[in-house]
Design a protein around this ligand. Structure first.
Ligand code: UDP
Length: 539
């Protein structure tokens, strides 16, 4: 490794002088430790202390300068998992003058992105917590280009899918352990610390039971842009399958959480949908092959588990079928359902749960982390065995959850086919057409109102407006307008949906009254535009 760093030559003397004279400089984005990414010049890392070091000099910058709030609880999250107390980043401070008494620093010349991977042995975590956030953090900062260096500080070894991390830039990523090879004090010339959380859609249940994130900020555009990048790097062709070549993929697990009658299931799927069915597993296929196969499949059938994150590679219109073991309620574990429901992603989704206890195979005698419960008290073991549904729980060591989720399942095939049939009536339908781009309307323009009094009890309000400016450039299936009318001083309003650009309201309109009128446009039932400035209309 050590030759590798010296590939990019830097003027050692000049770098050392800069560090001594200018010290460390830090400028961050984000108001809170949970949404912060920081950019540093000359951030150092002491392999002895296993701490990052900020060197103060006259020209140091530390923004935000939080004082000791920097420790409450941390400057930032080093992984994309929100506020996890094992993933915090902070640094020690020293005066630059202390450098004279310290080991000579080794400089890392590459622009580096420093982060923690959350669980690099698990494919869901790899994609959701690491690869997507790395990709979009790099996109946010132009100098994190293809020559950027990734540095993983969580302290794990390479993990099971290190090749995927290697695709993110042209330089070999560095592990914390490897930093030791470079010397006692390592200084990153230019670095970014932390990850954007913008693309994550799931929270794993550290503070409340797991589920979709409350405020999802990612859509299919970003997911598919990322998968195109990855497919290109994996040399997977992006040509669409030709019609007549439709097939179903069963993604099988081979170690645990098995489908016990997989052969029978494959036969049934083939017969029912008149399509070929192929099996893939992480043991028998390279990741590139799996991506190639899934990217042209009409249906992906699999046990609940991390391998289902490969749904991101499915073509539009494909169906995800997720199988849940006995006593595991699909509504409580929805990482893949949430994925399949992201705006514009165009995947169909079916969850099927084994509800027949006779069809489950449990393993009470396995180690606890594979769902064993032999270590528990007899009463608790009995309670777990009798329970028909795992109650909601927090991550990650709930024995009842582990016991149930690591069961093997004999799938009741008629029931599964039935569940699929309720979603897809004929063959699953791949969408060959290019997706409609999601565009929201602008404000309606030139809103006006005119009032007339009809008598002591009757009045009318005529409201009109012009189409949003962007509409004239768009082909939109359905354009409608929403008008809210509120009597001034009241808390409630009357909402109307209108197809045209003017309307005369006479119901519930009183003479000699002031009304506030809001108007907005929406496309295709759901794509709302902004309200125009409120109209004040007096009858
Ligand atoms: N895995 C696998 N085959 C198996 C069991 C696990 O390929 O029989 C993979 C799985 O896809 C994931 C990793 O091993 O990437 C960890 O699996 P685990 O059961 O711990 O997590 P889960 O799938 O429940 O997220």
């Amino acid at each position: 490794q050590s030759q590798e760093l010296s590939q990019v030559r830097i003027d050692y003397h000049a770098a050392l002088q800069s560090l001594q004279e200018e010290g460390t400089r830090m400028v961050c984005t984000g108001k809170m430790h949970t949404d912060r990414v920081c950019r540093f010049d000359y951030l150092c890392y002491s392999n002895e202390a296993e701490e990052f070091v900020f060197f103060h000099s006259n020209s140091s910058v530390m923004l935000p300068n939080l004082g000791s709030r920097r420790f409450q609880p941390a400057l930032l999250d080093l992984s994309s998992v929100e506020d996890h107390n094992t993933q915090y980043f902070n640094f020690l401070e020293l005066p630059a003058a202390a450098l004279k008494f310290m080991p000579k620093p080794v400089f890392v010349p590459d622009v580096t992105l420093i982060l923690n991977r959350f669980n690099p042995d698990n494919l869901m975590h790899i994609f959701h917590d690491d690869l997507l956030p790395i990709y979009y953090t790099m996109l946010q900062y132009p100098d994190l280009d293809q020559d950027a260096r990734l540095v993983f500080m969580e302290g794990w070894n390479e993990g099971l899918h290190f090749d995927l991390y290697r695709l993110m830039s042209n330089k070999q990523p560095l592990l914390k352990e490897q930093l030791k090879n470079f010397g006692k004090l390592l200084c990153f010339t230019k670095s970014y610390v932390g990850l954007s959380k913008m693309t994550t859609w799931y929270q794993y249940g550290f503070v409340q039971p797991q589920g979709a994130k409350a405020n999802i900020l990612v859509s299919s555009m970003e997911i598919r842009q990322f998968t195109r990048f990855l497919m290109e790097k994996l040399n997977v062709s992006m040509e669409e399958s030709s019609s007549g070549d439709e097939y179903i993929v069963v993604f099988s697990r081979t170690i645990n959480r098995l489908i016990l009658n997989e052969a029978e299931l494959i036969l049934a799927l083939t017969q029912e949908f008149q399509m070929k069915t192929v099996t893939v597993s992480l043991d028998d296929h390279s990741f590139a092959d799996i991506v190639q196969i899934i990217s042209r499949a009409s249906m992906l059938v699999s046990m609940h588990g991390a391998q289902l994150v490969t749904s991101v590679f499915l073509p539009r219109g494909a169906l995800v079928v997720e199988i849940f073991p006995y006593a595991v309620n699909p509504d409580h574990y929805t990482p893949y359902k949430t994925l399949a429901s992201l705006p514009g992603i165009d995947l169909q989704y079916v969850a099927w749960q084994n509800t027949n206890e006779e069809n489950t195979m449990a393993f009470p005698d396995r180690p606890w982390d594979q769902g064993g419960i032999a270590h528990l008290e007899k009463a608790e073991q009995e309670h777990i065995m009798k329970s028909k549904e795992v109650p909601q729980h927090l991550c990650c060591r709930n024995p009842e959850w582990l016991f149930r989720i690591y069961q093997d399942t004999k799938v009741d095939i008629p029931s599964l086919i039935d569940a699929i049939r309720q979603t897809v009536k004929t063959k699953p339908n791949l969408k060959k057409a290019k997706p409609g781009i999601i565009v929201h309307p602008g404000k309606v323009r030139d809103p006006k109102c005119q009032a007339s009094v009809q008598g002591t009890n009757e009045a009318r309000l005529t409201v009109s407006w012009q189409i949003p400016w962007n509409l004239k450039y768009l082909k939109v299936r359905e354009v409608k307008y929403e008008v809210w009318i509120q009597e001034q001083g009241e808390n409630t309003y009357m909402p109307y949906i209108l197809p045209h650009q003017n309307y005369t309201f006479s119901e519930n309109i009183k003479p000699f009254t002031t009304y506030l009128v809001w108007i907005r446009c929406f496309f295709n039932k759901t794509l709302l535009g902004p309200f125009a400035d409120v109209l004040v209309c007096r009858t």
